[in-house]
Design a protein around this ligand. Structure first.
Ligand SMILES: *Cc1c(COP(=O)(O)O)cnc(C)c1O
Length: 366
């Protein structure tokens, strides 16, 4: 039985009537740019994220980029981030003209190791950009403590973690900026590209709204050189339907994770570690095995969807070859990149499909 890594057609089938109606509604009112759905969604995401303001933008990448810009990060500045994430977590830093400064990750959660941040701080450091990888929030208390001590801005990359929780707080609400992606494969995904920044700061809210709209408040009178980076009304309409199901879908992902955890317990397959402070929403279910090549060959042969998140830690990327990093600098992330593989965990995954995945993974890697 073929098992996809993700199947969005199934999700659409469960909410088709509502989605179709929402999309039609946008065509009927014709306000395609910053229409009423965008404002409604901004309010809803701000509530879900327990933040004051939400600002819809064109993608998760732009959410990060505009946050850095709103914080005034630019040439000569340094921004600390872990070296193990989707490329956008670091490309946005480079694109402002600032320099990304990498730290290694925690072996069990793949998130930034907070104990390494202090050592990476220099007089040029302006911000810390922690990533909540795979749906689990980074250890934010020590990160915020370090940031406050050194007066640094914190930008949470919560692209994979909308509604994930850390202690009594929620992803995106702890730093100065919380950045979400609505890329179709995220827990809350639209029908194309989309993103949002949440913040509690009125000043940042104003700056972000200008930056997404060419840099102006008053049309044709830019106060800064901004971007064209808006969330489409059509995408917001789709997301307004889907956000009602976010908790239910996260619960389904968690149930699948528990089943995998039980099936792989006591074997050589290392399952995701959930910290006791964490409500993990499993955008990915990522295992570590000793024989990844063999396992991937078996998954491929059995047509079971899988992928490596992520094959190259940032310090070894071709585009960063002129930075002063080398292999061996960040052993934990290097080891992770050589041994992780993510397997299907989307909400609509069936029992039979999951049993099939379990059987193949155990046969090869247990
Ligand atoms: C998806 C993702 C992004 C970028 O979001 P886009 O909407 O694709 O631009 C940034 N960071 C992380 C960790 C992501 O997973």
């Amino acid at each position: 039985m073929a098992v996809p890594l993700l199947d969005l057609k199934r999700q659409y089938a469960t909410i088709k009537d509502r989605i179709d109606k929402a999309v039609l509604g946008v065509f009927q009112h014709g306000k395609f740019i910053l229409g009423p759905e965008v404002h409604q969604l901004e309010e809803k995401v701000a509530i879900v994220s327990r933040s004051k303001y939400g600002v819809g933008v064109a993608s998760g990448t732009d959410a990060l980029l505009l946050s850095l810009k709103a914080a005034g990060v630019g040439p000569g500045d340094e921004v600390i981030t872990s070296n193990y994430s989707f490329f956008a977590s670091t490309s946005v830093i480079s694109r402002t003209g600032a320099t990304p400064v990498f730290t290694d990750i925690e072996e069990d959660t793949y998130n930034i190791d907070p104990s390494l941040i202090e050592k990476a701080i220099t007089p040029k450091t302006r911000a810390i950009l922690p990533v909540h990888l795979f749906g689990q929030v980074a250890d934010m208390d020590p990160i915020m403590e370090t940031a406050q001590k050194h007066d640094l801005v914190v930008i949470e990359d919560a692209a994979q973690a909308i509604s994930a929780r850390y202690k009594d707080r929620v992803a995106g609400s702890m730093g100065d900026f919380g950045c979400f992606s609505f890329f179709p494969s995220k827990n809350l995904g639209c029908a194309g590209d989309g993103g949002m920044v949440v913040t509690n700061s009125e000043e940042y809210n104003t700056a972000l709204r200008m930056l997404r709209l060419h840099g102006w408040k008053k049309k044709y009178h830019p106060e800064v050189v901004g971007f064209n980076s808006r969330l489409d009304s059509l995408q917001a309409a789709v997301l307004l339907v889907k956000i009602d199901y976010l908790d239910e879908w996260s619960e389904a992902r968690i149930a699948h994770a528990r089943k995998y955890d039980d099936a792989f317990a006591g074997t050589a397959i290392k399952t995701p570690v959930v910290r006791d402070y964490s409500y993990h929403i499993y955008n990915q279910y990522t295992i570590t095995v000793g024989n990844r090549d063999e396992l991937m060959a078996a998954l491929k042969e059995n047509q079971i969807g899988h992928d490596i998140y992520y094959p190259v830690p940032f310090h070894l990327l071709e585009c960063y070859k002129d930075m002063f990093y080398k292999k061996g600098d960040f052993p934990v992330s290097e080891k992770a990149s050589e041994s992780v593989v993510s397997i299907p965990i989307f909400p609509e995954l069936t029992d039979d499909e999951q049993n099939e995945v379990i059987e193949v993974v155990k046969k090869v890697s247990a």
